[in-house]
Ligand binder design. Structure first.
Ligand code: NAI
Ligand code: 15L
Length: 265
């Protein structure tokens, strides 16, 4: 069990969902975000911190023995925002981890590192990246940064390419990309309990009937996702039309992100 686990982006969707599920991973959770984190409990500390502020990030990391990095811009946006939150912010985080001797990180990467692959393609973690926008490119940078800090300084990172981690899939594409909150929490437990981690890329996806990604690298650390999006299919069919076969949500793994403009250009 960790003494103190830092969760960045703790006020966001995943941070809020994971808070109550990580009691067996760490004695204390340090919950950090650029916006105030609500209602810290007796085993929680709340920290307000902009990832772009190197000194504040160093203070946020000090005293922690693991990091779950959810913080940053989580969808497509203008380059200045992505640059500060996801590129400078991640550099600041790894420099702080190095200075403070934190040895293990979960980096929340994304399926948007490979979003321009088509949905009839089966991917391994070793296939070349095909980002679908500036957000995806920032996650490609993050994966490369994590790899460098592992090779140069021995900091271990689980690079988790999350599909769609929400309460339930919100459209037909997400039947293939969905990861349940419980599977995500179990994955975090496996990452911080593994005797040796290294720097694997792991597809963050549940055991869905429909999927596009080879999850073997997750099995190596003992993660066996249990949920399956199939139970939501009938309700989705009743709620919305399936996308036409030439619609981006039916063609590309990254769905509509492939159609986003370059914001602010
Ligand atoms: P979210 O947008 O709900 O949460 C991100 C949090 O980061 C927010 O609370 C925001 O205030 C904080 N943040 C933004 N800029 C910041 C900065 N400069 N300094 C400090 N904090 C900052 O996103 P969500 O859904 O919780 O995702 C968490 C992470 O997982 C993100 O990095 C996202 O890219 C990644 N991810 C999530 C997926 C999902 O389906 N939920 C899918 C793929 C990746
Ligand atoms: C992501 O990377 C986003 O953070 C999340 O909000 C979803 O859009 C997800 O990908 C997805 O592709 O469904």
């Amino acid at each position: 069990m960790l003494k103190k686990l830092l969760i960045t982006g703790a006020a966001g969707g995943l941070g809020r969902a994971m808070r109550s599920r990580l009691g067996e991973v760490a004695e204390t959770l340090r919950l950090a975000d650029i916006v105030p984190v609500a209602d810290p409990g007796s085993n929680e500390e709340a920290v307000t911190c902009d990832l772009a502020d190197a000194a504040a990030v160093r203070a946020m990391v000090a005293g922690c023995d693991g990091i779950v990095h959810f913080g940053g811009k989580s969808v497509e946006g203008d380059f200045a925002t992505i640059l500060n939150a996801n590129i400078l912010g991640l550099y600041n985080l790894y420099e702080a981890a190095r200075a403070e001797g934190v040895g293990r990180v979960l980096f929340a990467s994304s399926n948007h590192t490979i979003g321009f692959y088509r949905q009839d393609e089966w991917l391994k973690t070793t296939d070349p990246m095909r980002p679908d926008g500036l957000y995806g490119v920032s996650k490609c940078f993050g994966e490369a940064l994590a790899s460098m800090y592992h090779d140069k300084f021995g900091i271990e990172t689980a690079i988790v390419r999350i599909g769609s981690c929400f309460e339930e899939p919100m459209n037909h594409r997400m039947l293939a990309t969905w990861m349940s909150f419980d599977d995500c929490a179990a994955l975090i437990g496996c990452i911080f309990r593994a005797p040796r981690l290294g720097c694997p890329v792991i597809w963050g996806v549940s055991d869905n009937d429909q999927k596009w990604w080879d999850t073997a690298s997750a099995a190596a650390i003992g993660w066996r996702p249990k949920d399956n999006s199939e139970r939501f299919r009938a309700a989705l069919d009743a709620k919305m039309e399936r996308p036409a076969k030439d619609h981006p949500n039916a063609v590309y793994q990254g769905g509509m992100f492939t159609q986003e403009p370059i914001h602010g250009a």
